[in-house]
Design a protein. Structure first.
Length: 348
């Protein structure tokens, strides 16, 4: 049996790949060996997941628990390690009601438009046990020329307007279409009617839910729509995400940190460090890194092997790591996800 006294270290996970009709093979450019052949459409790679079964009333699946891929804990699920190590892994961060990690991290590769969809708002989730909020952020890793996302319905659109547009196949005309480019980052609070457009690869940071109600599927057949449920969840009009998306920037000689998203559920910074630089990792809460470019190593307590990382990998850094430092082999950038709710002093 694993002894809780063993020092914790940065955890990497086995990706959970999902075929999607709208998917592609762009994740191979991140150094991934994808399942299937060149025609197999991989739409999602779940990088870090600790998810109970989703609501049976919408699109979603069963429980998904990430399996650790490195070090002494390899082969165990994240869920098991949270149960065994508690605050040593989580710090002040509280697990979900079922003891899970309160974040889900994915890559999404859209070769075609994703369905127009919505996730439960607070009112719907209160009335429907098993349905959970799904607020998310999309960091644009790659975008083809002319690519866009759909972010909310236009001002003045009413439920009946949307019903009629679904019947006519003209839902796109009622959506707020936003052109995107690499390094953009968008927040989509739960209840926002949205879709990822073709030609976009994103890193998705979200609350741990897979409850999705499809409104419109661009004429594709064979996938169920959930129009009635969606109409109960949609927050009408464009979402006001200005506060969540307000950027700030701190630049030093070797390190640059750009705040991308601040919301109640998570905070996302983009960190860039110079080749050859080494720095202490000062966390007292868990942090998730999604590596965008470059490579390096994290060393922690004596007797623990350094953990190497590179472009395309996701790591969970436990709160209780001892004497942790990061050293860069080349110019490196990553998304750093932390948790405002786990701070000793709340953000004003």
């Amino acid at each position: 049996m694993f002894r809780p006294s063993v020092p914790l270290y940065p955890l990497k996970f086995q990706p959970i790949y999902k075929e999607k009709v709208w998917g592609g093979r762009r994740l191979e450019k991140l150094g991934r060996k994808l399942p299937g052949d060149g025609t197999t459409k991989i739409g999602e790679s779940w990088e870090l997941a600790d998810l109970a079964a989703s609501s049976p009333s919408g699109a979603g699946g069963g429980a998904e628990r990430s399996v650790i891929a490195n070090g002494p804990l390899a082969g165990r699920t994240l869920h098991e390690v949270i149960a065994e190590h508690g605050p040593r892994l989580m710090g002040r961060l509280q697990p979900t009601a079922d003891g899970g990690f309160p974040l889900l991290v994915k890559f999404l590769d859209a070769s075609e438009n994703l369905s127009v969809q919505v996730h439960p708002n607070r009112a719907y989730a209160r009335l429907h046990p098993g349905s959970h909020l799904k607020s998310e952020a999309w960091y644009i890793v790659h975008a083809e020329p002319g690519a866009a996302i759909y972010k909310g319905v236009r001002a003045g659109v009413r439920p009946q307007d949307l019903r009629e547009a679904i019947a006519r196949g003209t839902v796109e005309e009622l959506m707020v279409k936003v052109p995107v480019k690499a390094a953009d980052c968008h927040y989509l609070p739960s209840g926002t009617c949205h879709a990822l457009g073709a030609g976009v690869l994103v890193a998705e940071i979200q609350t741990p839910s897979d409850t999705t109600f499809r409104v419109y599927d661009w004429g594709r057949s064979g996938r169920k729509l959930h129009v009635e449920e969606a109409l109960q969840c949609i927050e009408w009009g464009p979402p006001d995400t200005r506060r969540a998306e307000q950027r700030s920037h701190i630049a030093g000689l070797f390190t640059t940190v750009t705040r991308l998203i601040t919301c109640d559920h998570f905070r996302i910074d983009k960190v860039r460090m110079t080749e050859g630089y080494e720095q202490e990792i000062p966390y007292d809460q868990p942090a998730v890194w999604v590596v965008l470019q470059g490579s390096g190593r994290i060393r922690s307590a004596k007797g623990v092997e350094p953990v190497a990382f590179e472009q395309g990998q996701t790591l969970l850094l436990p709160a209780g790591m001892e004497d942790a430092h990061v050293a860069l082999d080349r110019d490196t950038a990553w998304l750093e996800v932390t948790f405002p709710q786990a701070l000793a002093e709340p953000i004003a």
